[in-house]
Write a protein that binds this ligand. Structure first.
Ligand SMILES: [Zn+2]
Length: 173
């Protein structure tokens, strides 16, 4: 089964959505041992290399990998529940991170997480929302593709999931 076969191989940006039912302690590279809060976490990244969005998301969904980026520490132990993508090739990464960070209830759990190379002044590319918060991400980011992991499992080992296009959009509104 291929979780990401519906994802285009084009360049673009994405926001991985994670749900944490309890705080999670992680070792995050040079940032050291940190604790992520319960609730929803959104990680914004970009994929402008070979294989584009599909290759990058496939990597994020794989538990076994060499830890390279901050986000690898999280995706090694937790699968995202959904992913929003923009496949237009525009470099929206920092725009998305800052839009999310300015939503009501949003907060930065680990300053500097995922933003080591950021030149736009983002506090981090990982944004957290409390468990009872339900931001309208679709309206805020207007993604071109929304992928939902229908058979999401909390088990670290069981990565069987199927992605579907929940709300495809094309072009401008
Ligand atoms: Zn940024």
């Amino acid at each position: 089964m291929d979780c990401v076969s519906t994802v285009p191989k084009t360049s673009g940006v994405y926001a991985l959505i994670f749900r944490l039912d309890a705080p999670l302690e992680l070792r995050v590279g040079r940032l050291g041992r940190r604790t992520l809060p319960a609730g929803h976490l959104l990680y914004v990244g970009s994929a402008f290399g070979p294989g584009g969005l599909r290759a990058r998301l496939a990597r994020h969904l794989r538990a076994q990998k060499r830890i390279h980026w901050h986000i690898d520490a999280l995706t090694s132990v937790l699968s995202p529940v959904a992913c929003l993508c923009d496949a237009s090739g525009r470099r929206l990464e920092c725009s998305w991170a800052q839009r999310l960070a300015h939503l009501p209830d949003a907060f930065i759990p680990i300053p500097g997480f995922g933003s080591s190379d950021c030149r736009s002044g983002c506090a981090a590319h990982l944004i957290a929302f409390p468990p009872d918060s339900a931001p309208d991400l679709d309206a805020e980011l207007n993604p071109s593709l929304i992928l939902t992991c229908h058979e999401y499992t909390r088990s670290n080992r069981n990565r069987s999931c199927s992605w579907g296009i929940a709300s495809p959009k094309s072009g401008s509104q």
